[in-house]
Design a protein around this ligand. Structure first.
Ligand code: MRU
Length: 335
């Protein structure tokens, strides 16, 4: 399978071929692919590749173990691997690799449809803000919850792309997203490719922009949403939510159902990935702090659901709460 190596963007659009479960694990771990839905789909294909090499029960268990250990926070990884494993476990080993590939392709196709449906609900929020006014709707986003993070459309970007295509005047503030700069490197790249007006700001500028009434809407993605509506997303999301609440700016998370973890009661239980100190210390290859400086590099944070105006899912918009989520997904109420 082919992936776009996101570590090379925005300087070069380079595709890389993945030929084994280990290749897929490396791509996820090194963040050549990243973003919750894309991590899930890549892992699904990775398990299919692993089964090509060894379709036995032991091969299935080893491939699953290798891939599940790549990144801890986005629940789409576990969801996709569980789905492929459930599909192939009852099959004879000889039939497993093809069935796994088939399942991975279904996951990929469903992701595109899910994001399009989610976008159809989210675009109504943007259109309502646009109303009859002539000035652009000002949207602030963080990290990259765009097409690059998914199989198509993106989650937070799907409403933006639909609104832009419908002629709604809008402008996106892109938060750079230290330390990996997914906003600067990836969101700015894809908004430019789509012709969506945008401005890059440093992470710390978001709150000031909100206080100056230069933001009408904050729209972010999610890596894991727990049963009570808490949202785990890229580090810095919580700060945006605090600023949004203080300034009465509506804030939504775009959440495909594949990102909801029905097994966890609250965001306190989400495993937060701690990444290498080098990402913070040497952002451009040169150290920016004295040698020996101790670094903490949590990659995600948890925002209590009460700070969100709502969650945008493929089934509609709901409150970021247990009642809100179970209203849209009643089949999960008893999990
Ligand atoms: O560390 P990353 O780049 O994988 O983190 C990505 C995010 O936090 C996204 O907001 C989230 O995965 C949603 S992607 C549609």
């Amino acid at each position: 399978m082919e992936i776009v190596d996101q570590t090379r963007l925005p300087h070069a659009r380079v595709t890389v071929s993945l030929a084994s479960g280990s290749d897929a694990a490396h791509a996820i771990r090194s963040m050549q692919v990243r973003g919750a839905p894309l991590i899930g789909a890549t892992a699904a294909y990775g398990l299919a590749l692993a089964l090509r090499a060894d379709p036995s029960d032991a091969g299935l268990a080893a491939g699953y173990a290798l891939l599940i250990a790549t990144r801890p926070t986005a629940v789409n990884l576990r969801w996709a691997l569980d789905r492929v494993r459930a599909r192939v476990t009852p099959l004879a080993p000889a039939a497993r690799a093809a069935a796994a590939w088939d399942e991975a392709s279904a996951i990929a196709a469903e992701d595109i449809a899910t994001n399009r449906a989610l976008g159809g609900h989210g675009v109504q929020i943007i259109e309502a803000l646009a109303g009859a006014r002539r000035s652009p709707v000002q949207i602030l986003t963080h990290c990259n919850a765009g097409a690059l993070a998914t199989l198509g459309w993106g989650t937070a970007t799907a409403p933006i792309y639909l609104a832009h295509a419908a002629g709604v005047s809008l402008h996106v503030w892109v938060s750079e997203t230290r330390p990996r700069l997914q906003g600067a490197r990836l969101t700015a790249w894809e908004l430019r490719a789509h012709g969506v007006p945008h401005t890059l700001v440093i992470d710390a500028a978001g709150a000031a922009l909100m206080r100056q009434r230069r933001v009408d809407l904050v729209l972010v993605g999610a890596d894991r949403v727990t049963r009570n509506g808490d949202v785990c997303n890229k580090i810095g999301t919580y700060e945006k939510a605090l600023a949004a609440r203080d300034n009465d700016v509506p804030m939504y998370a775009a959440v495909p159902s594949t990102t909801i973890d029905w097994t966890l009661a609250s965001g306190d239980d989400v495993p937060i990935e701690e990444r290498d100190a080098a990402e913070v210390l040497n952002p451009g290859g040169e150290p920016i702090a004295p040698a020996g400086t101790v670094v903490a590099n949590p990659a995600f944070d948890v925002t209590p659901g009460r700070l969100f105006t709502g969650l945008i899912t493929e089934r509609g918009v709901c409150a970021a709460s247990k009642a809100g989520l179970s209203g849209l997904f009643p089949e999960h109420v008893h999990e």
